[in-house]
Every structure is written in structure tokens, then in C-alpha cells.
Design a protein around this ligand. Sequence first.
Ligand code: GLC
Length: 706
Amino acid sequence: MAVPDGLIERMTLREKIGQLTMASVDLVISGPVADTDVERGVREGRIGSLFNLFGRPAVRAAQRVAVEETRLGVPLFFGFDVIHGFRTIFPIPLAEACAFDPALWEATARIAAVEAAAEGVDLTFAPMIDVSRDPRWGRIAEGPGEDPLVGVRLAAAKVRGYRGGGPTAAVAVTAKHFVAYGASVAGRDYAPVDISERTLAEVYLPPFHAAIVAGAEAVMPAFTDVEGTPMTAHHGLLTEVLRGRWGFRGVIISDYKAIAELMLHGVAADLAEAAALALNAGVDIDMMGFAYERGLPAAVERGLVGVADIDAAVARVLDLKDRLGLFEDPYLRSGPADAVPPAMATRHRAVARAAAGRSLVVLRNAGGLLPYAVPAERLAVIGPLADAPAAMLGPWSGAGRVEEAVGVLGGLRAAWPASAIEVVRGVPVEGGDAQDIAAAVAAARRSDRVILCLGEAAWMSGEAASRARIDLPGRQAELAAAVLAIGAPVTVLLFSGRPIAMPDVFDRAVAVVACWLPGTEAGHAVADLLTGRIGPSARLAVTWPRHVGQVPIHYAARAGGRPEDPADRYTSKYLDLPNTPQFAFGHGLAYGPIRLDAPWATVRGDAVDVVADVANEGDRLETVTVFLFVRDLVARVARPILELRDFKQIALPAGAHVTVTFRLARTAFGYLGDDLAPTVEPGEFLVHVGLSADPADLRTTRLRID
Ligand code: GLC
């Protein structure tokens, strides 16, 4: 069934604007709450879609009002932030990015879609594919990390995953937040963005293009401006690039109240101007701001907007509803059928446990402390994250349930049932209370093994959660210093939505694992890693700063004319810190020694083959990611010292010695020329393979491209 013929023509202007208005039902709060009577708005045809509502009965009841109690019976569609899981919560996206595994990224999105569609959700406001190089920005937790290639592959995999199931096991996707939201000034959420067209084109746009090519049905502009033009009113990027150059035929949904906020940006004097700017820029749906409802009629009267443009936006929204199957069956995802069967939910948790295990990055492991070969008789589990299931779910935890989440304590108890486990919080996640540090130290002294669980609460990353300092919150650094001072070999488990600057901990802890916020199965996954049931396969998808003063910091920097030379004062460096990060992009230890040999590169027509040998010199299976970087040594435009052009993950049994082969297109040696069109200049290149972007991990060969 298609959109009924003549439907738009039969609509009044108010009904047309109703189709362009989305309201929150506030079952979940995802922005400033407004006092709207949603049901009356639906019944009067003033609201055409809802979000933050799930559960078949509630969705069915709302749909019934739209279909049976309005003049034209146009069905609603239902959106929700299914960001890293619906009921089964997976690791936060930044953590999953560390798995460097598109098949995993797709698999978790697929499960999330199955669970969401089973509860009445038609569309998710995901994937969030904003590259970010600033850990002050809380939303770095929601995205793919610092690298555009990782962003491209994660975007495509997530779109495939969310959309790939059958009609009742898939949801439409919204690529967000278009674009360069991750570059907001000083890492403050919602803050302005000033970046070059080149950086926009080379770093921030590619993941969105990949999402569109993969079939994303919707795009959400960012709250922020780019060089003074708010994305919600950015005709150049929304209409000329997204719709014009890329051929995007889907729906553009504003972010929460973002159209009305064009007045606060200072680009609209009233709601009529704000509504006109957004609609003329290409924004179809007004999320929660009621700017279209209150501003478009006046905008039409004042000649700021043509009814034909409103009709075009309505047509795109109706087309989305049709593609969702809602004209055929408005109750397609909210009918009386059962939700996800329990057996399937058990399988989903198994995938969540595996995904969490694939996201844990071993940052340090002096002397091979990990994995623990045998349980300890007396184990001290210390710190505010020792038993914190709520924190494990992270921000945007969808329909996840804290009571279903497994914290560190639960995981260790299950893994080491015979151990006597003593749990001491020591200090809260934040705040000035430090009275239990002595008790924590005493527990550590009494134990055979100490595991120190530090980090952030779930609300300390995600939206509206930027931090000017990126160190351990509260008095946790004091707790760590006191426990580490006893000299026992301590393993630190760090739970956070961002890299945390804690140089003293890195200096003194024997082992440190970046656990991020691993989701429902956190505790079991951590135990799997500590016991050696799984090996550490995750690598950092974001550079880890020593100090917030180094931010923004990332591997793909340009050299500049005076690159750092410690022996030469007049070079680019700090007086008080090295330029190098605490840990490089791609860093992450295996449990045993891995050897990567120098590559050799061969030009074969329009392609370049790069081959390198990698060996597992240890005694256990390892999963290793090999990164391929290039550097254009001389170009008309200075190029970054490293650019990631491919990565491959390989399973290496003990003693295995394999050859990794990459095939690069010639364009991988190019860049965007003056007109930002791809160009390849003949010349000399460095080709690196590496286990990370750390210069010490790179193996290099030179190559001439003619
Ligand atoms: C929020 C977020 C956006 C989310 C939307 C709906 O403000 O910026 O990512 O999808 O509102 O909850």
C-alpha cells in the first residue's frame, strides 16, 4: 500500500504542519520537559509522530487515537534513542568502536532493532556518528572515536544492523548529529563549531555519507552552528550537500527544540523566522519545539515560506511512514503479538557479554599480572565502581534495567565462587567524602589480590555532560594513591565514558583496563578477561591524553614547520609535558608477545598491495588488529603525519605466523584538492603497518606513486 492518493491535498495547513511536528511522551526524559497535552495534539492532527514511548499496549493506544480519532487517520511513527541497545544494553559506542569489528557493530545493532521493534519502536535516533577528538565533550561516549575511517565503517555497519531484519525486526535509522558536533569549542556541549571546509570534508562528513549510502532513512542536524550558521538552518549542508550532492531522499528531523532555539542562536527574531529558516534549509520535522506549529502559519502569511515547500516536507514524512509499512498496517510493530521471547533474550545477553569483552582495553599489564591464573583466597574489590550496575549501563541506556545489569562484584563472585571477597567503596564516585579510605587500605592489606574499580557515573558522559577536567572525579585519586601505596600488585578497572587523565595511577598500578561502560553483562565480561577466559582484543579508538591541557589531541595531526624536538627550544612543544599522549590511538595490550614485521608495498595498476607478517610469540590465542597508515611526504597541501587507510583484525593461535594483506585503491594516497575533489599527486609516500599509531609500534616502507 502506498500513501493514499490526494492525501496531502485534502489536508488543511494545520494538518500538514501536524505531520511535521514530533512530540515526546516523556516516558523517558531526553531533553527539557514541556507541558504538552500530547494525546489532544494527536487527536487534533497537530502531532504526526511521537518519541520516548515504547511498549506495545501504550504505542497501540496512541496509534489508535491517530488512526481512528483524527479526521484523516494518518498513522504516527514512534522514535526512540536506541543508541547501544534497547533492553539488552551493549557497551557504549565508543567502547564498541574499540573492538574494530564491523561484524560485531552490525550484530549488536540488529539485536537492538529486534528488541525495539518488538516493543513498538519504528525508528531509532541512531547511529550517532560524530567523530570527536576532545574527551572533555561528554558525547564522545556516544560516537565512533577520533578517526573518520572507523566512523565510516561503524556508520555503515550500524545502519545495516538496525535496518537489516524483517519488517517487524528492523527499525528506520537516523544518522546524527549532522555535522561536526564533536568539534564544539572547548569540548562544551552545544557550543559553536569553527572548522575549515577541508577538515569538515575529510574528517566529519565521511561517516554521514557512509550512513546515507547504507540507506539511512533520516538525518538529525546537530544543535551547534558551523561558522555561525546553525546546522538546523544550514541550507548549504542540509540541502546542497545532503540532498543535492549526496541524493538523500529521506527525512531530516531536528534535534530537541532546535528549531525554536534558532532564536537563541541569534539568527531568528521570532518563531516565524525560525520556522522559515529551518524549513527552507531542509528540516522536515520539528522535534518538541512546536516552532512549526506556532511559527509556520505566520511564516506563510509573511511570504517567508511557500506552501509547496511545506507540501514537499509532508510528502517526505508520509513516504517514511509508508516505507515503515504504517499505511499498510499502523499496528505493524505494536500489534497484540508477544514481545521478544525469553530464549532470544538469553541469546542477546550472550552477545552482550561477548561485545563487552571485545571492548575492554588492557592499557597496562606489567609483568603479565593478567590474566589471573587462579582465584585468590582473599580478594579485595575496592572503589565506587566495585558494585555499580547502574553505571555499567552508561548514558542513553534505552529500556535497559538496572536490576538486570551485572556489576564487577557480581561478575567476580560468579567467576571465583570460592574466593572470600571483601568490598569496600572507599569514596563515592564524586564529592568530598573520603572517610572510608582507611577501611579500603586495611581491606587491601588483608587480601591476596586487590582490584580497584574507579571512574565515572553513567550521567557523567553523554549529552550535557562535558567536563572541563578529565581526571578521576571526587576523591578517587586519593583513594587510588592510598591503595597503591601499600605496594601490592593492584589491577585498576576504569569505568568511564571518555579517556581519564590519571598519570599517577598509570605509573603505579601494575595492570589497568579501560572498561568504558560495558552494558548489561559488564561484570561477567570483566571477569572473563581477568580470568583469561577471553583475551584482550580491544584497541583504543581514541587517543588517551596525559592531561586535559593537551586536548584536542589525535594521531592524524599535521607536522607543522617546527615539529617537536626536545633538543631544540624553538619547536612545537610544552614546557611542562611531552606532546605524546598517555596512550596512542590503537593502543591495547595482548596477553602475550606479538611481533609485526616491516611491510612491503607493490603498485599494481590502480591499486597498491601492502603485505606484512605478524606472529603470535606467546602461548595463548590472541586477536590482533593491524592498522595501515599512509603519509604523503610532499603535497600541495600539508598532509597529516599519519592517515588511517585500513585496519584488519586477525585471530592468531599460539605460535602462529601469518601474512596480512591489504589492497588499497590509488585514491587512498590522495586527498581533497582545492575544490575539495579527490586528487592524487604523484610522489613519495610512507606506508606504515602498526599495532597502534605509536611511532614505536609502526613498521614502515617507502613507496613512490606516479
Ligand atoms: C537529545 C539529543 C539527541 C536525541 C534527541 C531525542 O537532545 O541531542 O541525540 O536523539 O534529543 O531524545
